[in-house]
Ligand binder design. Structure first.
Ligand SMILES: [Mg+2]
Length: 207
């Protein structure tokens, strides 16, 4: 069982608010433009272009300094209880997602201690690249793909990409991508609105 990070374990409100503050853009403006980009199926970085910010990559170090890494308040309240419940139900757990490399240590410090944890920047490959899912399977010791469940909020990066790699996919419909997305190809094996539903829902997915 592999869980995504952004909008699955971690509420990204504060990182996006930090981006707005560093760019000198009202938070409401950045968040609303971001929602428009997501609704149009664009890349979230398109929001910077719409705001006329061409040098956002240069601002990233300032954003990360001000953000200071994940804190306990950034975790969704159901994150730690769900990891504990998955372990109690006998699942091996993994957290492998598109994030800066430093997030692994930050999550571990908050008590997120799955059996396997790795971030895309450390792996050198990111979702939705099929190679990301091959690396995930390798990190898990090459189980049958159909025995692995990926839980994510984005249809493109998480649900469809995992399904195309032969994994099971659970779509968590929270956060802007989860609420605005459409699983047009029916790739989700199950859909949930909170992690509290996960253990019950995956019990029915066992191959
Ligand atoms: Mg996510």
């Amino acid at each position: 069982m592999c869980l995504d990070v952004g909008e699955v374990l971690v509420d990204e409100t504060r990182i996006w608010s930090t981006w707005a503050d560093v760019l000198g853009v009202p938070r409401f403006t950045l968040l609303a433009v971001l929602g428009g980009v997501i609704a149009r199926g664009g890349d979230h970085r398109d929001a910077f272009a719409l705001l006329g910010v061409d040098d956002w990559r240069d601002r990233e170090p300032a954003v990360q300094r001000r953000y200071g890494g994940f804190t306990a308040a950034d975790l969704y309240p159901d994150a730690l209880p769900t990891l504990a419940a998955l372990r109690a139900a006998g699942w091996r757990t993994a957290v492998v997602a598109n994030q800066p490399a430093s997030r692994s240590a930050e999550l571990a410090a908050l008590g997120v201690e799955p059996d396997v944890m790795a971030m895309s920047d450390a792996l050198g490959v990111a979702k939705p690249d099929p190679a990301f899912y091959q690396r995930l399977l390798a990190l898990l010791g090459h189980p049958r793909p159909v025995s692995v469940v990926y839980v994510g909020d984005r249809v493109d990066n998480d649900v469809s990409a995992a399904a195309n790699a032969g994994l099971r996919a659970v779509w968590l419909r929270r956060g802007p991508w989860g609420l605005l997305g459409r699983d047009a190809d029916g790739h989700a094996d199950a859909t949930i609105t909170g992690l509290g539903e996960l253990v019950t829902c995956v019990a029915a997915l066992q191959p």
